[in-house]
Design a binder for this molecule. Structure first.
Ligand SMILES: Nc1nc2c(ncn2[C@@H]2O[C@H](COP(=O)(O)OP(=O)(O)OP(=O)(O)O)[C@@H](O)[C@H]2O)c(=O)[nH]1
Ligand SMILES: [Mg+2]
Length: 447
C-alpha cells in the first residue's frame, strides 16, 4: 500500500492534522504559531528525526514567521502554511532527484537485506517505462541463491540477466562487453556490516564497472543510522545517490528520509513495497503534498503513461465518464498500474477512501469471460449499462457463454467503479474550503 501505509499513517496523518489545525485556527498569531511548532516538533521527534535537525527547523520557521515582516499580499495563515510546508519539504531533501535518461551503468550497493536485488529489478522496470532498454548484472557471488533470485526477477519483467563469470568483477566485465542495452544495473553482495571483504570487493567492482551512478540502498527502518552508514560507504566508493527502500514498512519513514537527506547524497528513488511497481523517483515536494493528502494528479498521469494509457483516457477515467467499452480497457490498464487502492490515493480529496479488500483485483480468467460478456452487449448497452435489466442479462449470458452470475458480477464491478469515479468528480468540495487557496499556493491543480 503505497502512501497509506504505516509511515504515512503516523507521520503523514500527523502532518495532515498539523495543516488542518492551521487552516482551522481562529487567529494565526504568535501563540498559535508557537503551538503548531511545538506540535510539529513532537511529531518529528516521535518519528525519530534527529533532535538537532528538529531544533534547526523550528528556529528557521520562527525566524521567518516572527522575526521578519509578512510579505505583501499574503495572509499570515497562508504564509505560515507555506513556510511550514516548504521547511518540511526541505527537511526531506531540497531538490528533486535528477536521473539522466541516457545510456549508463548503475551499481547498487548496501548492507545485507537492504533491498538491492529487488531494487535492481524495480529500477530496470522504471527505465524501461521511460523508453530505455535495461539489463541486470548478477555481481553477488557471496550469497548462493543471489544469482537465481536476480534471474527470477529478470524473467518476471522480461529483462536479460548477465551472470556469466566467477568473481563479481569478472561478471561485470563480461556483461559490459556483451551487452547492447542502454541501462546496465549491477546487483552487488550485501554483508552484515561493512567488513574488509565487502570493502575490497566493492572497490574492485566499482573500478571494473566505472559506473555512472553508484546508488546506496538503505532500508527506511534504519532511521538515523543512515547517515553513518552512508559515510562509511562513501569512504569506499563514490556514492552518487541514495535509494530508501521499505518505506511502506515503518512508521518512521519521515525520519529515514530526513536522515538520508543529511548524508550529503540526494535520495533519488524510494521503494514502497515488494512489487516491481512499488518504486518511484523521489520528489520531496510531491511526496509531502501527497502525505498531507492533496493527492497528485500529475503523478497519476505519469503512472498512467508508464502503464501505456494515454493521458486523455486517464483524465476521462477521473471524470467518471466510463462506458462499458472503456471499463475493460481500464481494468487491464489498472492492473498494470498497480492496485486501484494505490491509484485512488493519488487523487485529490480521495486519499482517505478505503476500498474493499481485493476490489477489482480481477483474475485473468475472469477478464477473458468479461470480455466476451461485453462483446455480447448491444452498442447502447455498452455505452449505458444502466439499461441492462434481468431480461437482457439472460440474453447477454446466452450470447457470451458466461453465466448470469458472471454478467451480474461484471455489472456490479462496473457500478462500483462508476460510483468511485463519481466521488473523484466530487472533489469539487475541495475547491472551496480553506484547503483550496493552500493548494493553489503549492501549485497543485485541483481542477
Ligand atoms: N516491504 C518492502 N519490502 C521490500 C522492499 N524492497 C525489498 N523488500 C524485501 O526485502 C527483502 C530483501 O530484499 P533483497 O532485494 O533480497 O535485498 P538485498 O539487499 O539484495 O539482500 P542481500 O543480497 O542478501 O544483501 C525481500 O524480502 C524483499 O522483498 C520495499 O520497498 N518494501
Ligand atoms: Mg541481493
Amino acid at each position: 500500500m503505497a502512501i497509506n501505509c504505516m509511515v504515512l499513517q503516523n507521520f503523514g496523518q500527523g502532518l495532515k492534522e498539523l495543516f488542518r489545525k492551521i487552516a482551522g485556527m481562529p487567529v494565526v498569531d504568535e501563540n498559535a504559531i508557537e503551538s503548531i511548532i511545538k506540535e510539529m516538533q513532537r511529531l518529528l521527534l516521535q518519528s525519530d528525526v534527529d533532535v538537532l535537525l528538529v531544533s534547526q527547523l523550528s528556529k528557521e520557521i520562527r525566524q521567518k514567521m516572527l522575526e521578519s515582516k509578512l510579505p505583501a499580499g499574503i495572509s499570515m495563515r497562508d504564509y505560515f502554511t507555506k513556510t511550514l510546508y516548504s521547511e518540511i519539504v526541505g527537511l526531506l531533501g531540497r531538490e528533486k532527484a535528477v536521473i539522466e535518461l541516457k545510456r549508463q551503468k548503475i551499481l547498487l550497493v548496501g548492507l545485507f537485506g537492504s533491498g538491492k536485488t529487488t531494487t535492481a529489478g524495480k529500477l530496470a522496470g522504471w527505465f524501461r517505462a521511460k523508453g530505455l532498454s535495461a539489463a541486470l548484472v548478477a555481481c553477488d557471488t557471496f550469497r548462493p541463491a543471489a544469482k537465481e533470485q536476480l534471474r527470477q526477477i529478470g524473467q518476471k519483467i522480461n529483462v536479460h540477466v548477465y551472470a556469466d563469470g566467477k568473481t563479481p568483477a569478472e561478471i561485470a566485465k563480461k556483461a559490459i562487453e556483451a551487452s547492447k542495452e542502454d541501462i546496465l544495473i549491477f546487483d552487488s553482495a550485501g554483508r552484515d556490516a561493512l567488513d574488509q571483504d565487502l570493502a575490497k570487493e566493492l572497490k574492485e567492482l566499482a573500478m571494473q564497472i566505472e559506473a555512472d551512478e553508484i546508488l546506496l540502498v538503505l532500508p527506511a527502518d534504519m532511521g538515523q543510522v543512515a547517515r553513518k552508514q552512508a559515510g562509511e560507504f562513501r569512504k569506499l566508493v563514490n556514492i552518487t545517490g541514495i535509494i530508501v527502500t521499505k518505506l511502506d514498512g515503518t512508521a518512521k519513514g519521515g525520519a529515514a528520509l530526513a536522515a538520508a537527506a543529511v548524508t550529503g547524497s540526494a535520495v533519488k528513488f524510494i521503494g514502497l513495497g515488494e512489487h516491481i511497481g512499488d518504486f518511484e523517483l523521489f520528489e520531496p515536494e510531491r511526496f509531502v503534498g501527497r502525505l498531507i493528502g492533496y493527492g497528485d494528479i500529475k503523478r497519476l498521469l505519469e503512472k498512467a503513461k508508464e502503464a501505456g494509457i494515454e493521458e486523455g483516457k486517464a483524465e476521462k477515467m477521473l471524470e467518471g465518464n466510463l462506458t462499458m467499452n472503456d471499463f475493460l480497457d481500464q481494468l487491464e490498464a489498472m492492473q498494470k498500474m498497480g492496485s486501484l487502492q494505490k491509484i485512488t490515493e493519488m487523487i485529490p480529496g480521495f486519499s482517505n477512501v478505503k476500498l474493499p479488500a481485493g476490489y477489482l483485483d480481477v483474475q485473468e480468467e475472469k477478464m477473458k469471460k468479461w470480455k466476451y460478456v461485453i462483446q455480447s452487449m448491444t452498442k447502447g448497452e455498452r455505452e449505458n449499462p444502466e439499461i441492462i435489466r434481468a431480461g437482457r442479462i439472460a440474453r447477454i449470458s446466452k450470447g457470451s457463454g458466461a453465466s448470469q452470475q458472471d454478467v451480474r458480477e461484471l455489472l456490479k464491478n462496473y457500478k462500483q467503479t462508476q460510483k468511485l469515479l463519481g466521488m473523484a468528480k466530487g472533489k469539487k468540495a475541495l475547491k472551496r474550503g480553506p484547503l483550496a487557496s493552500l493548494a493553489k499556493q503549492f501549485g497543485i491543480n485541483m481542477g
